[in-house]
Design a protein around this ligand. Structure first.
Ligand code: NAD
Length: 418
């Protein structure tokens, strides 16, 4: 039976359309196209959770495995009120392309639970995570599918996942990545995605002839990715002029003192209430007249409706799919340089790969080794993407996708799937 096509307004449809363009570029055979258009497997489960007040709530959960041609499925688990099958499919496909682009021996997957973690207690999140893990346990495994943190999840949630899986299968640290260090997590994993963003920002600015001190940067999202990207970019000399979280942001055109902002937030302060900047809305942040914009929160924050307000000349996609396809096309037409998500935020899965490798070998790397291997891998991927983009006068998104899809297609042929 052929599965239903995604709805016209779906982000997964946009991902399929991009894939079709690349398949045309590469003149992919029909069988390979058919295999890669839709995910290999989609699991939709209902997850009952006893809440602290004694009631039971039922949450929709998902695990989508897009392609396993290059290795075990790999991808995060998202806890968010809008997480649905379409979003999880989109993110699973992006994981396939991301892992292939940075040449990791993984396929692509993603998970999600439709819930609001900010409105749940730690005990409720613990019970939700354990039940979700039990319900997907039959399709994950160290050599099958390895979850990781994403929006709304963190190292603690990975610890609960590992423990719940271990109750079924015996102690298995390599079942998830992004774990706490004390449970076999990797040094450098927490900062890895933001570190990758800052490495790629530096490489891109070098190519564009921009000095860090003369480059102003706005970061949307001050969670794992955004806060580390802002912190490390500031350390590298960039001027961070604005950051935000879901409520609102803070802006200072002379540059925010990120260390002071960190102290303010750690002390329980609100980003928008930081005394070293002026409050700004997320809408204002996206429209700031600065050099680089780093969306690092949720998907499709820049669409055809608001892309006209974007004034930066460079966008580095810290988040997954922060631009709709229409916004991407319009900004490309205006000459905006866009470093695509599958390259810009690949630092996280790269260090997840190091964590998985360390767990399998039962050996730990020090942070210097983790960070230098990360820089080596991302620098190589960046150079490959830039070189192909320049050779064919195409965008970096198209170039990155060509490299990734060609690698997955090669694995499919070599395995004899087609
Ligand atoms: P997180 O939950 O740690 O932080 C998310 C941040 O975004 C928070 O500051 C939150 O307040 C803010 N936010 C939420 N909704 C918002 C809205 N509507 N407008 C503005 N800000 C909003 O999540 P994260 O792990 O930092 O992930 C952020 C993005 O990066 C996601 O798109 C995720 O898929 C992507 N990503 C994460 C990783 C990783 O290793 N964590 C790796 C690759 C990609």
């Amino acid at each position: 039976m052929v599965r239903a096509e995604p709805a016209p307004q779906s982000s997964f449809r946009e991902v399929i359309q991009l894939f079709e363009q690349i398949a045309d570029d590469l003149q992919l055979e029909q069988e390979v196209r058919l295999l890669l258009r839709m995910p290999y497997r989609e699991l939709h489960i209902e997850v009952p959770v006893r809440m602290d007040d004694g009631s039971v709530r039922v949450f929709s959960g998902y695990r989508v495995q897009h392609s396993g041609a290059r290795g075990p499925y790999k991808g995060g688990v998202r806890y968010h009120p809008q997480a649905d099958l379409d979003e999880v499919r989109t993110l699973a496909a992006l994981m396939t392309w991301k892992c292939a682009l940075v040449d990791l021996p993984f396929g692509g997957a993603k998970g999600g639970v439709q819930c609001d973690p900010s409105a749940m207690s730690q005990d409720e999140l613990n019970r939700l995570t354990r039940r979700y893990t039990q319900n997907i346990a039959h399709i994950i495994g160290v050599n099958r599918d390895i979850p990781a943190p994403d929006l709304g999840t963190n190292a603690q949630i990975m610890a609960w996942m590992m423990d719940a899986y271990g109750q079924l299968e015996g102690h298995t640290p390599g079942i998830v990545t992004g774990k706490p260090i004390a449970l076999g997590g990797s040094y450098g994993r927490e900062a890895a995605t933001g570190r990758g963003v800052s490495i790629l920002l530096r490489l891109l600015c070098e190519d564009l002839g921009r000095q860090p001190a003369a480059t102003s940067v706005a970061v949307q999202g001050y969670g794992n990715v955004g806060s580390w990207a802002a912190r490390l970019a500031a350390e590298a000399g960039f001027r961070i002029v604005a950051v935000s979280n879901s409520a609102a942001g803070t802006h200072n055109e002379h540059g925010l003192d990120i260390a002071a902002l960190d102290r303010h937030v750690r002390g329980g302060g609100d980003v928008a209430g930081f005394p070293g900047g002026e409050r700004c809305s997320n809408k204002e942040l996206l429209a700031l007249s600065c050099d680089v914009l780093i969306p690092s929160a949720i998907g499709e924050v820049i669409t055809e409706q608001n892309c006209g307000t974007v004034r930066t000349k460079v966008i580095v996609e810290g988040a997954n799919h922060p631009l709709s396809a229409g916004a991407d096309a319009a900004l490309n037409d205006r000459g905006v340089v866009i470093l695509p998500d599958i390259l810009a935020n690949a630092g996280g899965v790269t260090v997840s790969y190091f964590e998985w490798t360390q767990n399998i070998q039962q050996f730990r790397w020090d942070e210097t080794r983790v960070n230098s291997e990360l820089e080596r891998i991302l620098t190589q991927a960046y150079r490959d993407v830039r070189a192909l983009a320049q050779e064919h006068s195409i965008t970096m998104r198209r170039s990155a996708m060509r490299i990734a899809v060609a690698r997955v297609a090669e694995a499919i042929r070599l395995r004899g799937f087609v």
